[in-house]
Design a protein around this ligand. Structure first.
Ligand code: CP
Length: 320
């Protein structure tokens, strides 16, 4: 595996899930694989889980790790070609990428959607420049339209906690005060569509996700109907994806608190487990009661970020 940006990159999910369990039993099993190899983690945006879990994963594999926060201590980077660089940006990404690639063997990139131009975000302009110009294996640590390390950890968690074959998994939009990217719901849909689950997406009108991620999934606009019989509820906010009205891309169209996941919502389900990628705004996305309930899996889900990252880094190291 030379890149990790979507579910197709990981191949057979049953094999990947078995590898995850193998690593969970002995997370240092492959610690000689990364000897004298360096993992560079580049953050254009903030992070808690990804920053820590990916470093831990690299160390599980015996790698050295360099973390670069682009906005703290590096030169301000220009990302557009053709710009006259007479402003505050001192270095161009087209030099910075091959320079950074000199110092490492594998590169992780976090670069969120900017909401300035839908096409730039949905063509993954920044991430794809790293893939094109670094000459190194590159993996997404959440890019403009996807967060595959999170979706893989979500799938591992569902597999571990499911009480029956082919569980019903519901992705629900929930309110948030600020505009958030679609990376997490897109990747969750991408992975659930390939997993052995019944997958349903629910959101208010106007929040339709891009068809390339929704594919054949059922979309149910009535949240109560969607929740009925659910075994897992995955809550997430996302700003307007601009599918039906392109001018609305990146806008907050609704803050309807009736979509907040509370105990009444969970009573419509089949005693469902609650999932969220974190960080989460309590009593906007989910109430205190639901996130603190024994059926809340947010902590084991976050713990599985180390496992998904270890599997992904192992696969990338094997490609060297
Ligand atoms: N879920 C997730 O990616 O968390 P961070 O943004 O803290 O890395």
């Amino acid at each position: 595996m030379r890149t990790f940006t979507n579910v197709k990159d990981i191949g057979d999910l049953k094999v990947a899930l078995a590898e995850a369990q193998e690593i969970k039993k002995d997370r240092y099993k492959y610690e000689s694989l990364g000897r004298h190899k360096t993992c560079l983690l580049i953050f254009f945006n903030n992070s808690l889980r990804t920053r820590l879990s990916t470093q831990k994963a690299a160390r599980n594999l015996g790698m050295d790790v360099i973390v670069l926060d682009v906005n703290q201590g590096a030169w301000k980077l220009e990302t557009e070609r053709g710009v006259v660089m007479d402003g505050d940006k001192s270095e161009h990404l087209l030099e910075a990428i091959p320079v950074m690639a000199n110092y490492c063997d594998v590169i992780g990139v976090r670069s969120f959607a900017r909401f300035e131009n839908r096409e730039d975000d949905y063509t993954e302009k920044i991430l794809n420049q790293f893939i094109k110009y670094s000459g190194k294996p590159v993996f997404s640590m959440e890019a403009a339209t996807g967060h595959p390390l999170q979706a893989f950890a979500d799938l591992i968690t569902i597999e571990e906690y499911k009480r029956k074959d082919h569980p019903k998994v519901v992705l629900t939009w929930a309110p948030h005060p600020k505009a958030l990217p679609q990376a997490v719901p897109n990747s969750f849909a991408d992975w659930m569509n390939e997993a052995d689950v019944e997958f349903v997406i629910t959101h208010p009108h106007g929040y339709e996700l891009d068809p390339k991620f929704v594919r054949g999934a059922k979309v149910e606009y009535d949240q109560k109907k969607a929740f009925e019989g659910a075994d897992f509820i995955y809550a997430k906010n996302w700003a307007c994806p601009g599918v039906t009205v392109p001018e609305d891309y990146g806008k907050v169209l609704s803050k309807d608190m009736s979509w907040t996941v509370d105990t009444e919502h969970m009573s419509w389900t089949n005693d469902a487990f609650f999932l969220h990628c974190l960080p989460v705004r309590r009593n906007m996305i989910v109430t205190d009661d639901v996130i603190e309930a024994p059926t809340s899996l947010v902590i084991p889900e976050a713990a599985n970020r180390e496992i998904s990252a270890t599997v992904v880094l192992k696969r990338l190291l094997e490609s060297l």
